[in-house]
Design a protein around this ligand. Structure first.
Ligand SMILES: Nc1nc2c(ncn2[C@@H]2O[C@H](COP(=O)(O)OP(=O)(O)O)[C@@H](O)[C@H]2O)c(=O)[nH]1
Ligand SMILES: [Mg+2]
Length: 444
């Protein structure tokens, strides 16, 4: 699923240079490649163009964090846009009532019957008690098809053989559900080759009579742009709640799936990626975006860094530094923040040039520990007044308390002093520049 997009995106992202700032020049090639990838994957030309435009605006406008690894930052921006394109957060189906009624509709062969049983199986695993209703009155074999699948997983099916009165089928199925204490009723309907009057009349009758809590429209991903057109036509006649996209295991290139919800304004709620009963997945835009980009770790990391070192917070550090009030307590706080982000190796790899350094000095991975012990051995007053350490008695005391040789303490104090000086000369906009220098000097 989404293999095509994955492969192509990976190629596009690898063109990105890691060590430069985000400029028009170094993102252009990547964005061009991404646009081509999207169009090849059956994404509408205009949507692909707007998508690229948005990424360009967002990435080139990113000043504060540009000194972090731009490659990773761009990946995060692409990820965010991709999630938005797919409709943002996942919209859950409404199954809170007893019973909840779910109406399944769609064209012939789109996968309604398969999906109905998959959904029943899925809900059964979530401790619901589903009932499947065979409401396809046009194909005589439809009842058997549903029964064969459902019997295997022990899910009850309601049907009336030889009865073509759709209202009667629905009415009796509700009574049956009540009798059997089923709390979800899934109605599998008939489809036609195209959305026509007969199909719509029938669906509307079922809809009016059953008052579904959730109406899902099933489309075949392999039909590409046609799937989008079909959903658009259907949405004009029935106000359904969500889309189910099936056959994503086929040779579909995924474009319809990623653009569907922004084109038609309805969320995809489930996807199906195989003929087996367990081949059903809730559609989570975030997870799909991660899958397509294959960069889940980077996205999480950038999110955490942005959380800990946002513009406001880094400006505050700068103000302190420029007023010469940056002290050991502040340093301690910074280290705590970095630790929250994850392993030092991870955070270091986000800083241009640091990967090489770390590879060579893997054993230095925990060098923050030393700094922390030194600071912890200081009194609160000392932590706030770095200049007190011109006194060697204090240094001796810290050395004893922390168990760190005096030589190391002297080195640390010297570095601290040096960083403070360097940082003061920096432009206040480059908040992350401060952090970057700060870290690289500390660890050196
Ligand atoms: N490969 C694949 N086949 C599917 C999927 N969903 C349904 N099918 C197949 O598509 C065909 C039509 O499905 P069916 O549920 O009968 O469609 P309906 O006419 O809408 O009820 C069947 O052969 C299914 O096995 C899927 O996600 N992947
Ligand atoms: Mg069917």
């Amino acid at each position: 699923m989404f293999k095509y997009l994955q492969k192509k995106m990976d190629k596009a992202l690898h063109i990105l240079k890691g060590n430069n700032k985000i400029t028009e020049i170094n993102v252009t090639a990547t964005l061009k490649e991404i646009r081509r990838t999207l169009i090849d994957a059956d994404v509408n030309y205009k949507i692909a163009k707007t998508f690229i435009q948005k990424i360009k605006e967002k990435s080139i406008g990113k000043k504060v964090l540009t000194s972090l690894n731009p490659k990773q930052l761009i990946i995060k921006i692409i990820y965010d846009e991709l999630v938005l394109l797919m409709g943002g957060k996942n919209k859950e189906i409404n199954i809170s009532k007893n019973p909840s009624i779910i109406l399944i509709c769609g064209l012939q062969g789109s996968g309604k019957t398969s999906f109905s049983s998959k959904l029943a199986f899925f809900l059964k695993k979530k401790n619901k008690k589903p009932l499947l209703v065979a409401a396809d009155i046009h194909r005589p074999a439809a009842i058997d098809q549903l029964k064969i699948i459902a019997d295997k997983v022990d899910i009850p099916v309601f049907f009336l053989k030889e009865n073509k009165n759709i209202i009667e089928i629905i009415k009796k199925s509700f009574l049956y559900a009540n009798e059997k204490k089923c709390n979800v009723i899934i109605i599998d309907t008939a489809g036609r080759l195209a959305i026509d009057k007969i199909m719509m009349n029938e669906i509307e009758t079922i809809y009016r009579y059953s008052k579904p809590d959730e109406t899902l429209f099933v489309v075949d991903a392999m039909t590409g742009q046609d799937a989008i057109n079909t959903v658009q036509i259907f949405s004009k006649v029935l106000n359904f709640d969500g889309i189910v996209m099936t056959k994503l295991d086929g040779d579909s290139r995924g474009g319809a799936a990623i653009t569907m919800s922004s084109v038609v304004g309805k969320p995809i709620k489930f996807i199906s990626n195989g003929e087996k009963i367990e081949n059903i997945e809730i559609f989570y835009p975030e997870r799909i975006a991660n899958r397509i980009l294959g960069m889940g770790d980077i996205v999480t990391l950038v999110e955490k860094v942005q959380e800990q070192f946002n513009e406001e917070k880094t400006k505050k550090i700068y103000r302190k530094i420029s007023k010469n009030r940056f002290n050991f307590e502040d340093l301690f706080e910074q280290i705590k923040k970095i630790k929250k982000i994850g392993s030092i190796k991870n955070i270091m790899s986000m800083i241009p040039g640091m990967e090489n350094f770390l590879d060579k000095k893997k054993e230095k991975k925990d060098s923050f520990k030393e700094i922390e012990s030194i600071i912890l051995s200081m009194t609160p007053y000392e932590r706030h007044h770095p200049t007190l350490f011109s006194n060697s008695n204090r240094k001796n005391r810290i050395s004893k308390g922390s168990g760190i040789p005096l030589k190391e303490i002297n080195l640390f104090l010297k570095q601290f002093d040096k960083i403070n000086k360097i940082m003061k000369t920096m432009n206040h906009n480059s908040g992350s520049e401060i952090i970057k220098n700060f870290l690289s000097k500390m660890i050196n």
